[in-house]
Every structure is written in C-alpha cells, then in structure tokens.
Design a protein around this ligand. Structure first.
Ligand code: IVH
Length: 817
C-alpha cells in the first residue's frame, strides 16, 4: 500500500469507527457486531503502525488501551472538587431556597436542575484543544491521574475541533457503567464462576483504577459532563456552559431543565421520581444549581459546599410484605443463591415479587423466620433487597429459616469453601444445571459451534436422560429414532411424592377429544374451576353437545375417563391433574396391562419416554391421539439439523476443543495459546508446572485449574470418548514452510512492536528458519529481538540474565545473510 492509499484508508476507517461510536453512545444503536468493530479498529492500528507519520493524536485507535499503570500519579486539582450539601425533605430544600434569597437580597434567579448521577467524579483538563489529564476527585484537593484509562472511553473527546476553544479549560462529570453493561459483565462473570460486581458504581470505580487500560477499553464506560471551569471561558451562565461543552462534543445528559423558583424545582423532582428508573444509569437524586455565575460568586461557599447548589436525595423506597418462601437456585458453577418469594408489593413503580438474599450469612444477619413480614428496598442495586424484618408481626412459633444442606437439584450435600460466603453443590459432573452450563459452553459459537443445540433442547435432552455430559452429544447419532417425538418441555407434567407422573387435565381432555381446540378446553376449565372434577367432566360432556362437536366418540371418551378415574380413585392426588397412566390406559388398555403402564409412568417424566419403554406397535390413529398429550416435540428437521451440527463440529480445531472442555480459567485466548504451545492434549497434561509457568499469561491459578481438571477420572473418560468420536485433540500440522536454517538451534523471543511482523508472523518466521520461538524471558534464550516500546521490566530482566538484545534490522540481516 502506498502512503497516499494508506492515508485515504485511515481517513475512511476513522470516519467509520467514529460513526459507530456515535451510534452506540448517543443513539444506543448498533449497526455492526463487536467483532466487526474490532476488525476495523485492528486494521486502523495496523496501518498506523506501518505509517507512523499518519497517526493522529485523536485517532480512535488511541482508545484501545494497552498501557499498564503500576501506580497512579497523584495530581493537584487547579480548582478544588467540592461536594454538595444533601437534603432529604421539602422543608430542608425550602430552607436552602430561603438562604439563597437572603444571600442575594432578592428572588430573581433561576435554578438549573439535573439528575444526580451515581458514578465516579472525574475532572478533565484540556490544553490547546487536547485532552491533557484526567484526574479522579480523590480528597477534593488532589486525585489520581487516570488519563490512560479515561482515553479508552470512546465518547470522551481526545481533541476539540471547534472554533474559539479556550487555550486551557477543565470539564467535570460523572463516569458510569451503564446498567445494561453492568448486567452483561455480571452474567459473564457468573458463567465463569467469578465473584459478581456489587453495583454499577463500584464497577465503574474499580474499572477506572485498573492497571491495564486494554481491559478498561473492553468495558463500555460512559460519562455525563456537568461543569465547565477556566479563565475567560466567555459564558456567564451555567446553561450556556452546558450548551457550549455539548457543542464541543462532550456528552451531556438530556435530563436537565431550568426552574424559576423552588416550586418548579419540586415539580422537576416529582417528574423524575419514577422516570429516573428508565435512565441508562443509577441516579440517587436531583442537583439544583443557581444558573447565573455572578450570583454564584455573590453566594460563595461554606467550608465544604457551595452555597449556590444543593442535592436533593430521593429516599430509597421501602415497602413491607410477607415472605412466602425461599427458593434456592443452583447456578451453572454450582453456587447456591437463595431467593425470597414475596407477596406482591408495589415499589418504585414496579411490582416486586422476589428479592435476592445473597447467601446464608445474609439470612442469619437479617434473622428471618418463616412467613415473616420483611422490608424491601430498591436502592443502587437492580434487584430489590430485604433490609429488615418487622418482628412485631412475627407469627407465633414461626421457626427461623433453616438453610438447606443438600442441593435442590441433585440432592448432593452442599459445601462451603473457606472464606467464601456462598454454598456450593460439589457435584459438577451430574448436577443438572451444572451439566447444562457445561454443555451450553461446549456447543457455544466460540467453542464447538453447534448452533442447532439451544438451551431448551439441551435441557430436554438432559432431563430425559439422553445426555449427562458433553461427551454424550456424540452418541446421539445412534439414538436418532428415540429422539423423534421427544418432548421439549415438561410444563404440563407434575410428579407426586410417590414418583407417579400426572398430566394437566386440559392436555388429557385435548387428547381424548377431536375437533375441539386447546383454547376452548382451557376456557371451559377456567370457567368451571369451582366445580369438582366429576362435575366438570359431566359439564364438559354437555358443552360438547352444545358446541355440536358431538362426534360420537367425544362424549364416550369422557365417559371412559370418568369410569377409569373411579376405578383408580386412590391415585387422584393432584388438583387439576390426572395420572398419566389412567389416560394412557384408555389408549393402550388392550395392548398392555395397567400395572405396566403404571410402572413406566413412575420411572419416566414424559409420555414419550413411557412409550419408548413400553415399546408397542401402535396404529397411526392412536399415535396421532397420543401426540396431543405431548408438549412441543423434536421433529425430523430439528433432529437432522442437530446431527449435521454435531457432525460438523468434529472439524473444529484443537484450540476450540480445548476451550470447549470448560477448564476453569481457560478462556478462548488461553486455549489458543496452550494449544499452540503444546500441540496436543497429552503434552498439555504431561507438562510440568515450570513448563506451564514459562508461558506468558499462565499463572499459578491456571496451573491449579489444569491440574484439577486432569485429576478427575470423569474428565479423562470424556476426553477419550470425544477422541474416539473423532474430535481433534492435537493441532493440525500446518504445512511447515521451510525457508532456511539460518536460525537452527537458536532460541528466540521478540518483544515490543515490530515493523515487519505481526505477532503470529514472527513466530512462524523464526520456525520456518529453523529456530525455536520462546514466549517468555528466560535464561535459555539466545537473544531477544527488541521492537519498539519493549516493556521496561522485560528489558531489565533480559539484561540481568545477560541475554543479548538485537534490533529487528540486525535480526533480518542475520537471516538473510
Ligand atoms: S455538580 C460543587 N452535578 O455529586 C459541586 N455533581 O456531592 C458541583 N454528582 O462530586 C458538582 N451528579 O461527583 C454535580 N449533576 C451533577 C452531579 C454531581 C453527580 C456528584 C459529583 C460530585 C458530587 C457532589
């Protein structure tokens, strides 16, 4: 590419990337995937590296991060960062207003109202139109310099293009993590078994203090600006300043409004009391500020706060309701989360029926007894929380909540690891939600990519015993005939304490009759819900006549059902449900004994599985009838799709298979790294701790995870079964290009940015010339190719070990002779 072509392409990419950033931040829309976005960015970085003179300081590439800050520099603020006084009541607010009137000597002023954003305060200093520094509030006088991290926030201007921009100015605002991003991060953390972030504000503040700005760039922080400072800025009112910074490209929340007096402020407060929950971030109140700068000066400051501004904080709304029960959810990592089921109650504009209880300690701390009346609050967290118990309403003799000791899904005794608050189900191999999580990961796009196996299908296959681990997926091919007609959901079934399976009455009536829709049956049952089952069925016969659906068999079928229910009256134990065996007897009675049907219906959870066990040759008419008892079922198209996906997945390369195994802490990148380094699963398994640690990016935790994984016999069995099924457990021998042997016997590492090679290319190049590429600094190296911006710590280590550093040029000469 020529210089001119590169300049053209860089301009194009810059425009395109800025366009997508604008869409994302200003319009909450996306037109391309994250992956596509990253590709544009990568291309830009590549071109700018190749043509360094074309790199502009405000290029979007400057936001990808990558710098490591070990310790943040402390910087003094030019203007102190004050805090605001807080008020919680109308009276306190009126008192503030009176002080303002008194201070000014008249009531001719305007308030500028805006929301109080719950994030992290930041100050940005611009010099000559360029972002010079970003500093946290700290103690108000000095804060931490977090410029490298702030630069990664894609809608913070790195330079200002407008006319008449002051030589130096400062803007202040609040950095926040949008609630949606926060939820996404936590969902990912949950899946990886990592501790969850407490709330969006903590997440934002933690992110801002991360050492690796590359990681910060991946979290979509955002910022609202609310203050402009500097000498000779040319505005005399706050609203003018806000419009000005908005025109310079700063993000301003559209929630502001001017108020002529305190009554209009109160209107604003009311307007946003509920509406604020639809904003993309948490807010905890309203800030009102005198709009006119001269008036601000007249009013001045107290020791801590301005006299011209104050915050009104909404009280976290609280409601009292009854605790109905506690459900214990088992996450994909086996972590148990207790959830309170509450009598529905109105809170902050929504009906609350559930609240998180976090863990056993929380239940103890709150001292909850069964059926207690509890207080729920909606604060900074998204999920309402229980903040206390109204003990005066405690029912006599109500026992304290007894935390479960066994997994509600698989019955295994729960454990609690030292220092951890949560209980865990240790049965990672067969506990259904844990198996589901593992299999979902296994089939996911970035692992084995079997997209025809969605969650519902996997769950159906697990629940009905077809798969117990990901290795079983590859045995499904032999079970295709059993899958046909398999039920996808089990909502219509109930299982009674003795294990007997029941089916909803509506499904039973639907299958027993013809020409009557499911909806008609549901409506009829709803209308007659107050009657006994017998009365309902008699009434239904009358209704069949009224509907003129008097196919002779319809009324007769209901007679038959009534007779059968009488005969098995001892089995009628679940309201609105009938035993599956009683219904099936009507269809199958002449072919098989009731006892056999009964036995099978104790063993299995769906009609499909019962029929598989009974193994009868049924005429198609009866098969059609029985189909109406079932839920959605697997049909031929779905099955062949799945089989195709499963078959194709065998082509996935080793690194994907390694990632799919779900070894703790092995993400996609680590899997690729390990696959490349060791070449096969055996070599990885045999690797010593030292060999593992030698790899850049492998630490103690990962070594432990790898050891734990291979120590479990089940995992080894899964691997050997997957291998037998043709999955790739070694790296494909790429056609090794042999270009020469100038580097024979040499152990080489490259560090920093190279002019002529990308990361992968230098590895291939070294190997193609007979050398060995080593990925970390160790005494075994013959030399290091020193690229641009080689890390100082690496350099120091190399010098200590006496390893020669050579330039890229010298290296090329060495190879090319
Ligand atoms: S104006 C003199 N406006 O609240 C102080 N602050 O307690 C001027 N905050 O440090 C601050 N939203 O971090 C202002 N719309 C808003 C705000 C806001 C949140 C934070 C800010 C400040 C703290 C003051």
């Amino acid at each position: 590419m020529t210089h001119a072509e590169a300049a053209h392409r860089i301009a194009q990419l810059t425009k395109e990337i800025n366009h997508h950033n604008h869409l994302y931040y200003q319009e909450s829309r996306i037109e391309i995937s994250d992956f596509e976005f990253d590709q544009l960015l990568e291309e830009l970085v590549r071109l700018e590296t190749q043509f360094p003179d074309l790199l502009k300081s405000d290029s979007p590439s400057q936001r990808v991060g990558g710098t490591i800050t070990k310790e943040f520099q402390t910087v003094e603020h030019e203007y102190r960062m004050l805090s605001l006084g807080n008020t919680y009541t109308v009276e306190e607010l009126s008192a503030f207003d009176e002080r303002v009137i008194k201070g000014l000597g008249h009531p001719n002023y305007e308030y500028f109202c805006e929301m109080k954003f719950d994030g992290v305060a930041i100050s940005l200093v611009y010099e000559n139109g360029q972002l010079a520094r970003a500093v946290t509030r700290g103690d108000g006088t000095k804060g931490d310099d977090v410029t490298a991290n702030v630069k990664t926030i894609r809608n913070i201007p790195l330079s200002i293009k407008a006319a008449n921009v002051p030589v130096k100015f400062e803007v202040r605002g609040e950095i926040f993590l949008p609630i949606k991003e926060f939820e996404k991060i936590n969902a990912e953390r949950e899946q990886k078994g990592e501790a969850l972030l407490a709330n969006p504000r903590n997440a934002a503040s933690g992110t801002l203090k991360m050492q690796d700005s590359g990681v910060v760039a991946k979290r979509r922080l955002n910022c609202y600006f609310y203050q402009l400072l500097g000498e000779n800025i040319g505005v005399s009112k706050h609203d003018e300043a806000i419009h000005l910074i908005e025109s310079w490209g700063f993000n301003v929340s559209p929630t502001y409004k001017k108020a002529k007096d305190i009554d209009q402020v109160l209107d604003y407060i009311e307007e946003w009391r509920e509406k604020r929950f639809s904003l993309p971030l948490d807010t905890d109140g309203v800030v009102l500020k005198i709009n006119d700068y001269d008036q601000r000066e007249e009013l001045g400051f107290t020791a801590k706060n301005p006299r011209w501004a104050i915050a009104y904080k909404y009280k976290a709304e609280s409601a009292e309701t009854e605790l109905l029960s506690i459900t214990y959810q088992v996450g994909r990592t086996g972590a148990i989360t207790p959830v309170a089921n509450l009598a529905p109650v109105q809170l902050a504009g929504t009906t609350v029926k559930r609240a998180s209880l976090h863990n056993a300690n929380e239940i103890l701390r709150l001292g909850i007894h069964e059926r207690d009346f509890v207080f729920v609050e909606k604060g900074g967290e998204i999920i309402p929380k229980i903040t206390g118990v109204n003990t005066s309403r405690r029912k006599a003799g109500a026992p304290p909540i007894h935390y479960i000791e066994h997994c509600p899904e698989c019955g295994t005794e729960l454990i609690r690891k030292e220092g951890e608050a949560k209980h865990y189900c240790p049965n990672s191999q067969t506990c259904p939600p844990q198996v589901l999580g593992k299999i979902e990961h296994f089939v996911s796009k970035r692992a084995m990519d079997i997209d025809s196996m969605g969650t519902e299908r996997i769950r159906a296959l697990i629940d009905q015993g077809f798969i117990r681990s990901y290795a079983d997926i590859y045995d499904l091919e032999q079970k295709q005939s059993e899958l046909l007609g398999l039920e996808m959901s089990q909502d219509q079934y109930e299982r009674e304490a003795t294990g007997l399976l029941y089916i909803s009455l509506e499904k039973a009536l639907f299958a027993l009759t013809e020409g009557i829709s499911f909806k008609q049956i549901q409506d009829f049952l709803a209308e007659t819900a107050h009657l006994t089952l017998r009365e309902q069925l008699r009434g239904f016969q009358g209704q069949i006549r009224a509907w003129k659906k008097k196919v002779p068999s319809n009324v007769g079928m209901i007679d038959y059902l009534l007779q059968n229910l009488d005969q098995h009256a001892d089995l009628m134990k679940v309201e609105d449900y009938v035993p599956v065996a009683v219904v099936l007897e009507i269809f199958l009675g002449r072919r098989v004994s009731f006892e056999q049907i009964l036995e099978a219906s104790k063993k299995h959870g769906t009609v499909h599985m019962i029929l598989l066990e009974l193994d009868l040759d049924l005429p198609s008419e009866i098969q059609e009838r029985i189909k109406k008892l079932k839920a959605n079922t697997f049909q031929e198209g779905v099955i062949s799709n799945m089989m195709e996906g499963i078959f194709k997945s065998k082509e996935q390369p080793f690194e994907k298979v390694l990632f799919a195994l779900g070894i703790r802490n092995i993400g996609e990148n680590t899997a690729a790294l390990l696959a490349k380094h060791f070449g096969s699963i055996e070599k990885l398994q045999e690797a010593s701790d030292e060999q593992l640690l030698e790899i850049n990016g492998v630490g103690e935790t990962l070594v432990t995870s790898i050891r734990e994984f291979f120590a479990q016999q089940e995992n080894l069995d899964h691997i050997s079964r997957l291998k037998a099924n043709g999955l790739k457990f070694e790296i494909e021998q790429r056609e090794e290009k042999v270009l020469g042997n100038a580097l024979a016997g040499k152990r080489i590492l490259a560090s920093g940015k190279l002019q002529n090679f990308k990361r992968d290319e230098i590895v291939d190049f070294v190997q193609a010339h007979g050398g060995q590429y080593i990925s970390s600094v160790s005494k075994n190296l013959d030399f290091i190719i020193e690229g641009e911006e080689m890390g100082p710590s690496k350099k120091e280590k190399a010098q200590k070990l006496g390893i020669p550093l050579i330039s890229e040029e010298e290296f090329l000469k060495m190879v090319e002779g």
